[in-house]
Design a protein around this ligand. Structure first.
Ligand SMILES: *Cc1c(COP(=O)(O)O)cnc(C)c1O
Length: 294
C-alpha cells in the first residue's frame, strides 16, 4: 500500500503570536479504516505473518478499539482471516459492526480471561495457523513501521509531538530520530493516568531516551476520560483548521502542545511537528459528548 501522509503547515493566531511554526504529519490521511499509527504498526506484522505462512490474524482490543477495525480491514485487504477478542461483555456498536463487515470474527471475553491473551491465542492456534498481534498492535515489528514516519519527513524539526497509549509509536519515532542523527527532541504525551510507565515501555523497545521528554499531566483523568475544557479545545481546533482530531489521543497531545506554546516553553522560530496518529473512527462513540458542551 502506498502511504499518503502529507506534512502540512497549520497557521493559527497562537503560533503566529509566539513566532513558532507548527506542521502536522497527517497520518490520519493514510487510510479511513487502517488509520494512522495502526497502519504503521500493522505493516511489518503483516509481512511477518505472510512470511510465516499464517492465514489468520488474531488480535485483541476494547469495544472501541481503532486497532481492531484496522486489523479487520487490513485482513480483508491482504487476504487474511481475522479474529478479534473483545474485552468485556457482548455489546454492539458501529465500530464493531464495521469490523464484522470487513469479515472479522469477534469473540467477547470477560476482563479476567482477557488478561491471559496467550492462553486465548493458543486455543485458536490449535485449530489453524494463526499469527498473534498484541492489543493496539504493540511490539517490535510495530516500532519498525513507526520509524518510517521519520524517514518520510521533508523538513527538519526542533520538536516532535505525539500521543502515547502503549508507547510503541513514540519508541519508533525515537529510534527513527537517532537513526537519522537528527537534533530533534521528542515530546510524548501519555493519555493514561500515571503515564511514567511509558518510559519503561519505550526502553523495552530499545528507544533512546535522552531525546525524549514525557509530559504526564495531560491525561484529563485517564484513558478515554475528558472534560469540557478538552472537548471545547477539540471543537475549537477542528473548526479553526478543518483537521479532525479526537479527545482520546490527538486531542490530549495537541492540548499539551498548545499549553506549552502558551507558556513560552519553545523559543521563537522553533519548528514543531505534531504527529496526527489518526484513529478518528473512535469518535463515533463520543460525538454526543460534544453536544453537551456550550
Ligand atoms: C492507538 C493510538 C495511539 C497510541 O499509540 P501507541 O503506539 O500505543 O502509543 C495514539 N493515537 C491514536 C489515534 C491511536 O489510535
Amino acid at each position: 500500500m502506498e502511504i499518503y501522509s502529507p506534512e502540512q503547515q497549520v497557521t493559527l493566531p497562537l503560533y503566529q503570536s509566539k513566532g513558532v511554526e507548527v506542521f502536522f504529519k497527517r497520518d490520519d490521511m493514510i487510510h479511513p479504516f487502517i488509520s494512522g499509527n495502526k497502519w504503521r504498526k500493522l505493516k511489518y506484522n503483516l509481512h511477518k505473518a505472510n512470511y510465516l505462512q499464517k492465514d489468520t490474524l488474531v488480535t485483541f482490543g476494547g469495544a472501541w478499539s481503532n486497532h481492531l477495525l484496522a486489523t479487520s480491514c487490513a485482513g480483508a485487504t491482504y487476504h487474511f482471516r481475522t479474529i478479534g477478542f473483545v474485552r468485556g461483555e457482548a455489546i454492539n456498536n458501529p465500530l464493531l459492526d464495521m469490523c464484522r463487515l470487513f469479515g472479522m470474527q469477534l469473540i467477547f471475553v470477560s476482563r479476567e480471561d482477557y488478561r491471559n491473551k496467550q492462553n486465548l491465542f493458543q486455543q485458536l492456534e490449535n485449530l489453524a495457523p494463526c499469527y498473534f498481534i498484541d492489543e493496539g498492535g504493540a511490539g517490535i515489528e510495530a516500532t519498525r513501521g513507526c520509524k518510517e514516519i521519520i524517514a518520510e519527513l521533508h523538513n527538519a524539526y526542533d520538536h516532535i509531538f505525539c500521543a502515547a497509549g502503549t508507547g510503541t509509536t513514540a519508541a519508533g519515532l525515537a529510534l527513527g530520530i537517532t537513526d537519522k542523527q537528527l537534533h530533534t527532541q521528542l515530546h510524548v504525551i501519555p493519555v493514561l493516568k500515571n503515564g511514567g510507565f511509558i518510559a519503561e515501555e519505550m526502553k523495552i523497545l530499545d528507544a533512546p531516551m535522552e531525546l525524549v521528554q514525557l509530559h504526564i499531566d495531560y491525561h484529563f483523568g485517564g484513558y478515554a476520560k475528558s472534560n469540557p475544557i478538552l472537548l471545547e479545545f477539540v471543537k475549537d481546533f477542528v473548526q479553526a483548521t478543518g483537521i479532525m482530531i479526537e479527545p482520546t489521543y490527538s486531542g490530549k497531545a495537541l492540548f499539551a502542545l498548545h499549553d506549552l506554546i502558551q507558556k513560552d516553553f519553545f523559543p521563537a522560530k522553533s519548528k514543531i511537528l505534531f504527529v496526527h496518529t489518526g484513529g478518528l473512527t473512535g469518535l463515533l462513540g463520543q460525538l454526543e459528548k460534544f453536544n453537551k458542551v456550550q
